[in-house]
Design a protein around this ligand. Sequence first.
Ligand code: ATP
Ligand code: MG
Length: 553
Amino acid sequence: MSSTENQPSSNFIRHLITKDISNNKNDGKVITRFPPEPNGYLHIGHAKSICLNFGMAAEYNGTCNLRFDDTNPEKESIEFMQSIERDVQWLGFEWANKNHASDYFEQLYNYAVLLIKGGNAYVDSLNAEQIREYRGSLTEPGKESPDRSRTIEDNLALFANMRAGEYADGQFVLRAKIDMASPNISLRDPTLYRIRHIHHQRTGDNWCLYPMYDFTHCLSDAIEGITHSLCTLEFEAHRPLYDWVLDTLQTPSHPQQIEFARLQLEYTIVSKRKLAQLVNENHVTGWDDPRMPTIAGMRRAGYTATSIRDFCERIGITKKDSWIEMAVLENCIREDLNNNAPRAMAVLDPIRIVLENYPDNQVETLEVSNHPQKPELGTRSIPFSKVVLIERDDFAEIPPPKFKRLITGGEVRLRSSYVIKCNEVIKGDAGNIIELRCSYDPDTLGKKPEGRKVKGVIHWVSEQQSLPAELRLYDRLFNVANPASEENFIDAINPNSLETLKNCRVEASLAEVNSGDQFQFERVGYFCVDSVDSSAEKLVFNRTVTLRDTWAK
Ligand code: ATP
Ligand code: MG
């Protein structure tokens, strides 16, 4: 793992695990799990949990399982499972076992029967609304359901019939019998099972009875022999319930639930439900839209696995909620690409330069290094010829103060090439600039010009040999730092989050690129070859990140 500034030297979970190991708790073993619900693609928040769970296991010679928490079939799918597996592997992690909560449905059912037999669970006929009413509030105790005193025999028979499919959805639930007056509302007889006549992506129509999270999660952890069950802070209040289920059932192993703060990242959304809405309402092109904070979207945008892991390391693990600035994430990928991406030249909005004193049909091949600090990244050939293209805004007829680029009568260096001078501006009828008549100084290749200073350096491509390309400039998807807190987060979408430039020209060396290849387009930004739309006939590049933090004030 790369070392960076701001890197927390340790965190409270490390301390805790180290202590457990020194006390030989769990025979000194560390087994963790990453437990996504397959109801969407993974996002950057999940990356934090993945890096933590797999990272702790690796650090202590332990193992980490991937476990699909697949207990809500109406929202889950095989596509989501496959995307999750791909993303975890792409991030660089290997699970010891791939499990599913649905693998344990039979065992969970048997555990529920044991709870009933012990007088610790009952079948309730209150409907969802009544259950809510009876639950009480933070200031008022709850009220017991009339069904709470049902006999064990009746509960067993009803529960068996629930499984057998004899009742409609919502007609009965199974509830834990704990304490309706508990100050902790999650202990006021929480629901353990509900009836859903619905096809499950893995168990088919075997079940019409599905276990709730609070019952499933702790038991799945115990079944797998998880030692440290790391979850986000919103489950802190559920920990007594987690422990109650395991204590009451005297499971052979009793994992320890430990909570940490979720990642909250400015200018984006980390909620699968809301991300699904963006996809379903076509505000983005899909889960892998490069503007999405999903792992798939970030990969397509050009984020590397290293940069995401680096980000997770930098933000650290705490028990206190806090907001992370987008700049922290962007700096991680910017640093990675600055170090590793080869340089290339692309002109976004070309204007023609005709070098009047350059021989008509001559083409020179300039050998240019791919990275200014990394000779090991090699060199490439760039053709130079009589007509080159430069960026329209690298020329000014009436230059603003401190303009160091090309002006009429002025000189500028073409990057890695010659110094040129603008002699004449050719305009169309509408006053638009058609081309610039220039001359080049043959004595300036790899040399300073004689007797004068030329300050500006601009990028360029040779017109004839350059290739057409589409560049997609992505920006933040939202205009506000915390879109989730808006009345309607959809209204906070940044209408300028994508600018598509269709008339760009890129240097000839990019003819042979592969999907995902990354470049720093000099003076323009970091880009990658789009994995979906780019082809040999039509190159498409996504902007991963700008060269500098353009949002910083
Ligand atoms: P979402 O609301 O986006 O669906 P979730 O917590 O319901 O999030 P799960 O699929 O249940 O999503 O999460 C799998 C694991 O990832 C859980 O352990 C969860 O705590 C963790 N996780 C989810 N979001 C974040 C986040 N923003 N920061 C850190 N961990 C997260
Ligand atoms: Mg969830």
